[in-house]
Ligand binder design. Sequence first.
Ligand code: NAD
Length: 357
Amino acid sequence: MTLFDSPAFENHEGVHAFFDEKSGLRSIIAIHSTARGPAAGGCRMWPYASADLALIDALKLSRGMSYKNAMADLPLGGGKSVIIGDSRKDKTPALFEAFGEAVESLGGRYWTAEDVGVSPADLTHAARKSRHVAGLEGSRSGSGDPSPVTAEGVFRGIGLAVERAYDRDLKGVTVALQGVGHVGAYLADKLHAAGAKLIICDVNEKVLAEVAARTGATIVAPEAIFDAEAEVFAPCALGGAINAETLPRLKGRVIAGGANNQLATPAIGQALFERGLLYAPDYVINGGGIINVAGEIRALERGEAFDRAWVAAKLDRLTQTMAEVLDQAVAERRPTHVVADEIARARIQRPDRKAAA
Ligand code: NAD
């Protein structure tokens, strides 16, 4: 496979490969677009079976970040980095310092942060060599745990989708919530406070019991969540929850949750549309997390403290965008994920950098 022939290549501006003999670093940083601002997206450490697979992941993930950052109306483009290695045994301070040097060599065209396999502690090592690292603990620019902001965005998105699908508010609506980890637990509290009824599942018995005790939720087995009698299915665990096997089992008309990559394939987006379900596109509804990170990047760039009011205003704007996607899809009788992609592409091609700042 060559880079430009890869199906994952979509007009990426730059793809950079880094090798450091001393630390063993093998990393790829993909910059999809800087049209809206410096590319931003986390660093994933994964034991890829080949460099080709690492490249494909970096290409796909960086493109996804361009779309997500555009839908959150951030002054940021899309980028992503991958480190080839096993995060359980290959991590060293030198590896992340070498990665920091790689990031810094791009001169601010790419901001990194954490992703699967990379922790705030790892980023501390990278930050010794680069100023373009977000997600650090203990700095006055630091944004902390993004989950409450993500959960607030998802909560509002569920409300918008329920209004459109059922013409009612959340009081008395039943939500089937898959996964009550960081995002899911905050979301459960918000839904409960709004008068929704909850059916929840998780593979972690402890968090499950805690959330149920607080919210009066009914607990079901992980496999049974797809059969729950609920108006809303909210995936907040792993990717791929909506697939050919699970879709026909859903009882409600709304799919809206915080997980990334909820649709196993793009074809599932078309299939759920044809079944009359309304889907809040994952990369729009869960944009609160990246808004929080963007708040940190902004603070670091300006040498200022983290500004919660800026984050709150961006979350309001995200809510407007979510409503725009749902309304346009309903009015034009088209799948929401197609409409969202179109809006994202337009925002990348014709960025309003002043408004986004
Ligand atoms: P988390 O790990 O804290 O929570 C995930 C929960 O899902 C865990 O409690 C886990 O036990 C549970 N789980 C795993 N497999 C399951 C299964 N088969 N059935 C039911 N539960 C299962 O992660 P999180 O930070 O809450 O993120 C949840 C999802 O939201 C992820 O897809 C993540 O990528 C996405 N997301 C998170 C944020 C954020 O701010 N944390 C932002 C954007 C997107």
